[in-house]
Design a binder for this molecule. Structure first.
Ligand SMILES: NC(=O)c1ccc[n+]([C@@H]2O[C@H](COP(=O)([O-])OP(=O)(O)OC[C@H]3O[C@@H](n4cnc5c(N)ncnc54)[C@H](O)[C@@H]3O)[C@@H](O)[C@H]2O)c1
Length: 474
């Protein structure tokens, strides 16, 4: 049986290579769904329903994927199950080798160590999409990628639960001075004390930033008998019996434990500094597993030395080393050694989200996003292209094609695209378009498309001056 394929064409400087063999009428074979096993996947799966037409870009077996940096098995399995050619490496690659290896790949999977600069990306002539199997995307030149029609996906929230659980552990550890007792025992010292050691039941937890992590934490803390208050710039529905307070000051004055779960923005830089420590209760605790810039650490050191703050847990720092080793020293952060000398402070190397479960969830989420993008052109969750989705074509629509046109966000493009489609007597059944900065993404499902017309559609769209990338899936 001939395999279905996509006619995709990248900008002139990036001519995506593909096979035009196969028949578009054989597009209905259903590979194992990549969307099984996750909530998001279940939603997509349900929306697609059993009669969804499997749109295939290229001959499936021609889709070349390179996965670097030991991407989790869950992600590898999903991509392999699609029939793509998946090459897997445990490590990242030095720039020269990376350039050699990515010249002909359509999909690249990385984690945080692979730097995808403009210099590297411009060599990847066939590249359609990058999956960052991690949280951050700083390692990718997102703007260059968008300008060249390369979608980038990541997994920002797959580790929320892991962070929330770590914070629960830290609350108890700080209240019982566990870190110090354990260190003393490691040094051979028996020091049984109960003074200033507390149960957490009945204490008030103040959560700053009630998003994915903050709200998870709220549930766990209440289950342990804590009273939860939270402050957020948005008015958010309270979970359980937690209560939103109107200001950060109100939270600081009331909380026995203050935990930070805000993003890094100009507004959150040094959000907790001298003035805020003065507001906090004497003997209260501070936890920061958000971003290193949110706490003014010299001010924390002063507040702890003065006995105002009874303990702290820090997982994140303004400057973090790129590799493991003996780097937590003054050369990296001027106050590191002062911090290390304090009592009842838990210092961890940005491990809040580092669990096996989170890695597995990231593998599933990113791989599913890649499959949706390759097979259906859906950009939901993309960090650099506008997020566009449409319900699937169904098997009862055999002469339909999905046109994807990534283009410069200039006036009149929609009209020109529709003129091209109308000239071919194709009916636009549904169409959606969105823009992000100067890049726009148009998706249209058109009917009355004969196989031999697909190339004409693609060529006509390619001839428009606004074009960045054209794909026709069918
Ligand atoms: N330690 C780790 O390993 C780890 C892992 C994952 C996430 N994080 C960090 O945790 C933080 C929270 O992540 P999340 O997934 O919960 O994010 P999120 O976007 O789901 O939630 C952030 C919340 O903060 C609120 N907020 C933004 N600015 C604010 C301000 N100035 N004052 C008060 N509230 C504000 C937002 O409205 C939102 O509700 C982020 O900084 C993220 O980078 C750390």
């Amino acid at each position: 049986m001939a395999v279905p394929r996509d006619i995709a064409k990248a900008p002139v400087e990036r001519a995506v290579s593909y096979s035009e063999s196969g028949s578009p009428t054989t597009t209905f074979h259903s590979p194992p769904s990549a969307s099984q096993g996750s909530f998001m996947g279940a939603l997509v799966h349900r929306a697609a329903s059993a009669a969804a037409k499997q749109l295939k870009p290229f001959n499936t077996k021609e889709v070349k994927i390179l996965l670097l940096e030991n991407v989790n098995q869950t992600g590898r399995d999903i991509l392999t199950a699609q029939g793509y050619q998946v090459e897997f490496l445990k490590t990242s690659l030095p720039e020269d080798q990376l350039i050699e290896r990515i010249r002909d790949v359509h999909v690249l999977g990385i984690r945080s160590k692979t730097k995808l600069t403009a210099k590297v990306l411009q060599e990847a002539k066939n590249l359609l999409v990058v999956g960052c199997f991690c949280i951050g995307t700083n390692q990718v030149d997102l703007d260059y990628a968008a300008q060249h029609g390369i979608a980038v996906f990541n997994s920002p929230f797959a580790n929320s639960r892991s962070v929330a659980e770590l914070v629960i552990g830290e609350i108890i550890s700080l209240a019982r001075q566990l870190g110090d007792r354990s260190l003393e025992m490691h040094r051979g010292t028996w020091n049984k004390v109960s003074s200033k050691c507390w149960e957490i039941r009945g204490k008030t937890l103040g959560i700053v930033g009630y998003g994915h992590i903050g709200s998870q934490l709220s549930v766990l803390a209440e289950a342990m008998g804590m009273t939860v208050i939270y402050y957020d710039v948005l008015t958010l529905m309270a979970i359980g019996t937690s209560r939103q307070v109107p200001t950060l000051e109100a939270l600081l004055e009331d909380a026995d434990f203050v935990t930070l779960h805000v993003p890094e923005t100009p507004e959150t830089k040094n959000m907790i500094s001298t003035k805020e420590f003065e507001r906090m209760k004497k003997g209260s605790y501070l936890i920061n597993a958000s971003r290193g810039t949110v706490v003014d650490i010299p001010a924390l050191i002063k507040a702890m030395r003065a006995g105002k703050i009874a303990g702290a847990a820090l997982d994140v720092y303004p400057n973090e080393p790129a590799a493991n080793g003996d780097y937590f020293v003054n050369e990296l952060n001027g106050w590191a050694e002062d911090l290390r000398g304090l009592g009842n402070i838990i210092l961890t190397p940005h491990i809040g989200g580092s669990t096996e479960e989170a890695q597995r969830a990231i593998g599933v989420e990113v791989a599913e996003a890649l499959v949706r993008y390759i097979n259906q052109g859906i950009t939901l969750g993309s960090v650099n292209l506008p997020e566009v989705t449409m319900r699937s074509l169904t098997v009862t629509e055999p002469k339909h094609a999905r046109v994807i046109y990534v283009h410069r966000n200039v006036p009149g493009v929609l009209r020109k695209v529709n003129e091209i489609l109308a000239a071919g007597e194709h009916n636009v059944d549904k169409q959606t378009s969105d823009s992000k900065g100067d890049v726009a993404y148009l998706m249209a499902d058109v009917s009355n498309v004969e196989t031999e017309q697909i190339k004409d559609i693609r060529d006509s769209l390619d001839s428009l001056s606004s074009r960045i990338l054209t794909r026709v899936l069918y």
